[in-house]
Design a binder for this molecule. Sequence first.
Ligand SMILES: [Zn+2]
Ligand SMILES: [Zn+2]
Length: 780
Amino acid sequence: MQAMQDYESQWQKQIDTWKMEITSEELAWRIKDLQAFQKEKNRFEAGIDIIQKVPLVKRAFCLMNEAFYEVDKLRETPHESWRMFQIVFIVSILPDLVGREYPDLDNNGTDTVDVLWFPTGGGKTESYLGIAIFQAFFDRLRGKKGGVSSWIRFPLRLLSLQQFQRIVEIYAQAEKIRRKHEDLAQQGMEPFSVGYFAGGQNTPNKITEKMRKLNIEYENFFDRYKMVEKCPFCNQKSIEIFFDENKMQLEHRCNNESCSEKTLPLYIVDQEIFRYLPTMLVGTVDKIASIGMQRRFTHLLGNVNERCSYHGYMSCGECTEDARCDLPKEAVNLYDAAPALVIQDELHLLKESFGTFASHYEGFVQMLQNKTSGGKNFKIIAATATIEKYENHIQQLYNKKPRRFPVAGYELGSSFYAREKDYLGRLFVGVMPHNKTHLAATQELIKTFHMVIQDIRKDPDIINKIGLETIKTKEELELFLLDYETSLLYVNSKDAGSSISRMIESSQINGYLTENGYMPIQPVELNGDSTFAKIRSTLDVLENPPAERDKQIDAVIATSLISHGVDVERLNFMIFHGMPAHVAEYIQSSSRVGRTHVGICFMCFSPGRERDIGYFNYFSKFNEFSNRLVEPVPINRWSKFSVQKTLPGLFMGLVLQYYQPRIRHKIARNLWFSDGLREALSKGYIPKEEVFDFLKEAYGIKQDDPGTKHFIKEIRKGLELIYLHFINPKNEKTTEQLKEIFGYMPMTSLRDIDEQIPISKDIPSNDFLSKMRYRRSRKP
Ligand SMILES: [Zn+2]
Ligand SMILES: [Zn+2]
């Protein structure tokens, strides 16, 4: 606190000297910067105050620290303390969280979204996990025995397995600590757990009969869903997947006999997540679209009222796993069971139509939670390493006030929390090919690099030749090479990746190498299509290179998949095959190398592209200022046609999550059948004006804002159509009827903008082709 005070006074002094030198306009914004820092300091002070004054907050804060201390002990190089910005951020957020329990301490903190903005590798993940673990303990201490406490979302499935491992580790340690405290371990308190809520092909929505059969037929069938390799309790690679037929639960189990635990507190099947309500939900943003398709979604917002002795939480009098389940059930009444904290990582990637759709669904989840949990809102924290104009981005995405942490300092390159390092971190080399395609230039780079590495190994006199101070023995040289021998080849598309991969395997690289007495290169491709099993095994080989030559990896060819959360210290040499489309992506991806050693990046420009030529001409200036060249995120909540696409899903969301539990006793069929909805609409159980108001709130429409007028019109029109067409629905399922009305089904992902249409030859084109063939063959 004193240090912050001192920094503030120095800043004030600096402003006094500036007064003479700069224009009044410039002075005004420099004073504004200082005021932002003063507010930051005040918030930290308020956080400290609340820890001292409120015993539950103090205890949760101490338990959180204990959990991080335990996790740290598992690391090879323990840190043992927070970084300055981490602890200041965690403490400053506390006042925004306690209002949920203590209304007189409510500071309306949930109206503001905090943007945590720090360079890659600076420790953002630990900062927000600190807040999430605090929330977990705070919730149990205040009597919330179960239910989701925090929900962290990633765009796409950019969450890396390494990041997921870290999240599971911290919750596992928190769980161990929870059990040691009598009040937290009492009957009915749920264990802390983590749920992987991303769906897609990587984790199942439900364990089907077919999967169970496959599991009997092929041993280890379920291994493909292994999300964690290392046991978070004993730190050994001892995890096996086990399917519990009774509980219908896919478990990660530790097979290390000396481990204190057996089953990890981890759920990866959607169905299990709806049944056990993990303390921390980890997933993709896309998954919120399931609010319009999956009626159990409401469980995540705390709306459960019974528990099956085998299958966990349920609602609407129906066991979540199996409607025919007749095992004993008990009534439950979870205290304040909705999530209190939402964390959005990689905020800058929520943009364009994806960002717009996300903004509508985000608004809907906020509205729904507010309606079903007595007017309470969750706190949102967004993290990013690269962002420009974050104020507008936050306004568009969440319709809330933005606040940045930390504010910049008064000197270039340093703030209160961090200083730019004065030693070499990364070396950038720009390459512009002449009389060559950029593929050919990339080929030369790859070939030369791997030949040099092999030459170094072959030359007995190399240590004297390079004359490095730190490398005097053969062993030291080997250790050094270990950190540089693997090349990371960054490509802008999957196709570019495949052509590089083919080029390596062909005579152009591997053929040439073998002919000239070198070993061929062994490449691995990673892109959006790679399975988790493949990513996991690749990372494993990179981190612990095997002794057998045929199992090693020499080159990783990767798309932007690699850019987020993949931390492999051994990767320090990188070749860019062309400039990434966005500066933010360039910064993110090049941060993959040089994390602990000096990184070397070759940027191989495409000579045919105007943009690449521009970057090449100013390459050193570009690297110096790349952080300030990040493009603002294009996002527009009010984009004209977006409402038509999201309206069916949001309407269906209201029907499934809000009305179904409330009116199901009054109607003959459930609302997902159009007969059921017809009855509910015609009998006035779903009042049109009420739906209109809910939707207006979800979209964030303000009456006096002219920019939102067309949204009001579209919602009104949409509702009229729904009420009209459901008088005589033609389709059995409600969603299909909605599709007939709007032309769009409720979204299943925030990216499925248009349905795919199959392309086939029709008869006229067949005729055309045969005529063409005929004409060609007649040609002399
Ligand atoms: Zn273990
Ligand atoms: Zn059951």
